[in-house]
Unconditional design. Sequence first.
Length: 291
Amino acid sequence: MKLARLLLAAHLGALIFGLAGLLIALPNPGLWQGDPRAIGVFDFGMTYAGSLHILLGAAAMFAWGVAVLGWRRTMTFFWFAVPISLCSELLGTTSGYPFGNYAYTEFLGAKVAGHVPFSIPLSWFYVGFACYVLGALIADRYRLTPPWAWGVGLGVWFLTVWDLVLDPAMAHADLAVKFWEWSDTGPYFGMPVQNFVGWSVTALVYMGLSRMAWGADIEPAREWVPALFPFVVYAANTVFAAALSASVGLWIPILLAVVLGIIPATLALRTPPQPRRARAEGQAPLAAASR
């Protein structure tokens, strides 16, 4: 867990660094143009900051997953999330389905097949992993049945709510740097509704297949699986998107993200009053079964 915590700290630092560049350095070049060291930091940020926080976030969630859920479950989720989201994004950027017509700019790193930045599938993985774990823990701790359906459903919900605040800001005309550009428009702050349907369907496919491959719900192997780490990842990335939305005056998406995403996700932080032991139900402990 020490490695996971170190990577999480680096991820949070990269998010703050990215926000400082987008909201302070870019709009105020007079603050740094006269200092060669500051110019070097700015050039580094323009080249790498877009993908850096994603790489660190993926590494942090992967390390946490291995430490808590085991290699098998973590790798299974990774191998479903990354290829499926990449295929979905490649299809979207070339055909307009399932998200609508859009194209990525150059600020998120090298592109796969010239269309999708390599960092984008990693983003689907680490935020999606955090969302699914939170949903599964809520289902377990509140005894929602069937737990597999609630876990997947809540995971899809949390991920889609994140996009409600992320997408309008990242492509907004007033943002200093646009990370993708839309050819289609729609009723949600310029976003087509199709985009959010595509997000939900893509998340449902890879989360559902991951759960099927796992063969069991997330059960508390050590009395209970800690929820704070995935919650911090989800909340931090939502706050990052909310800060960008605030910078361009998009207040309703921020409200939706808080009310529909962050507040419900706190339910996963509840410790069950009577934790269920996997052995008591005739199952092997999660940690042992996953390695």
